[in-house]
Design a protein around this ligand. Structure first.
Ligand SMILES: Cc1ncc(COP(=O)(O)O)c(C=O)c1O
Length: 404
């Protein structure tokens, strides 16, 4: 019997009635949250094992971030880049230092950071490398996810993301992910950049073979090509290091950052690179009204300071081992594959058992929120403030779901 006092069914119906159906959310309606926990409109509590696709690395409403947002809301929220504000330089400097780069260009969403990276790489190609006008190409990987703009979906290999959104932007060569030989062969004299996720998140937390990223770094250096690492989902502590590239000692020419940079409060993205790369942009050639706004910078400064302590990277690395142990124990018991880096896991459920969607629905019914990605794969990305007991709880609930 349906409890007619529950607010969730009506709220789900209303959301479906009044919005384009470009998402297929779980039928859970959240009204408040703290740390790793969410509460819905009917008072049910859920352990958040998605963390806003890693936008909530520091948990919901981290006190230091909320305090910075409140203080900034009381002083100044927006200037546009027509003027300079008093949070701007500190944000750019502290993020540049965290990245070990000369300069930062702040934007808002991840897709905008990717677009910025593409534009900068092309301009660098024409002005610095000497590529003939209009001939620049960028090498990307199969299974990539870099966002939703028309240019970005032009080089997606996911038909759902791409179909019927043409005509497509030319200038991209797609090669298999993790195949250094194919990537090397795809580079020609007009290649300006290789654009990669160091771990493919949307594809199901796909970790490339060891040696791949250093190999990409080397070939990019040898062939005068920029290595652009899209760390929008993998970066800022998620994998047990500041950047996923750090695990193999790789330093790309350009970091693309987003999601967690906004502390789960405001959209903040950024490109970080050295002056010989980002310096190609001159006034009027690129920008965004909201990019680098005072509220965004005030929150993101605190994000960078949280990361500068190293505490979250350490937590992610240590707790990630516990998550790995728990999940590996389920291989053969409903899972057919597990990939874990820090507090980031891709789980392949035996497709004979259930779809990823079904698993997530059953997990939600048990108070754990996660998200399927493709077919029977689900991704776990809990906030880095999660505790050992909460990890055990998530693994136990998953085990119960898989046991039927
Ligand atoms: C690796 C990567 N790049 C870019 C994006 C796009 O970010 P946004 O949704 O903020 O535009 C995402 C989002 O999931 C992502 O995972």
């Amino acid at each position: 019997m349906v409890d007619d006092k529950l607010r969730t069914p009506g709220a789900v119906r209303d959301a479906e009635r009044w919005t384009a159906h470009n998402y297929h959310p779980l039928p859970v309606v959240i009204s408040s949250a703290e740390g790793a926990w969410l509460t819905d409109v009917d008072g049910r509590r859920y352990l958040d094992c998605l963390a806003g696709y890693s936008a909530l690395n520091f948990g919901h409403r981290h006190p230091q971030l909320i305090a910075a947002a409140h203080a900034q809301l009381d002083r100044l929220t927006l200037t546009s880049r027509a003027f300079i504000h008093d949070q701007f330089a500190d944000f750019c400097r502290e993020l540049a230092e965290l990245c070990g780069k000369d300069l930062v260009l702040p934007m808002n969403t991840g897709a905008e950071a990717v677009e910025t990276g593409i534009k900068v790489a092309r301009k660098w190609g024409y002005q610095v490398k000497g590529v003939p006008a209009g001939q620049a190409n960028i090498v990307v990987a199969e299974g990539n996810f870099h966002g939703r703009t028309t240019t970005i979906v032009s080089f997606s290999t996911d038909e759902d993301a791409r179909a019927d959104f043409g005509p497509y932007t030319p200038g991209f060569t797609v090669v298999p992910y993790g195949d250094l030989e194919a990537l090397t062969a795809a580079i020609d004299e007009n290649t300006v950049a290789v654009l990669l996720e160091p771990i493919q998140g949307e594809q199901g937390v796909v970790v490339p073979p060891e040696g791949y990223l250093p190999g990409v770094r080397q070939v990019c250096t040898e062939r005068d090509v920029l290595f652009i690492a899209d760390e929008i989902q993998s970066g800022l502590g998620r994998t047990g290091a500041t950047f996923a590239c750090d695990h193999e000692g790789v330093v790309p020419d350009m970091y693309l950052l987003g999601k967690a940079l906004g502390g789960g409060i405001v959209p903040v993205s950024a490109v970080a690179a050295n002056a010989d790369v980002l310096g190609v942009l001159k006034p009027g050639q690129h920008g965004s009204t909201f990019g680098g706004n005072p509220l965004a910078c005030a929150v993101a400064i605190e994000v960078v300071r949280l990361l500068a302590t190293g505490e979250f990277q350490r937590r992610s690395a240590e707790l990630g081992e516990r998550l790995r142990d728990g999940l590996e124990g389920l291989v053969g018991k409903g899972l057919v594959g597990v990939r874990v880096r820090g507090l980031w896991a891709g789980l392949d459920i035996d497709p004979a058992l259930m779809s990823g969607r079904e698993a997530c629905e059953r997990l939600a019914a048990r108070g754990v929120l996660a998200k399927d990605t493709h077919g029977s794969t689900i991704r776990l990305a809990p906030p880095l403030v999660i505790t050992e007991d909460e990890i055990d709880l998530a693994v136990t609930q998953l085990a119960e779901v898989l046991a039927g």
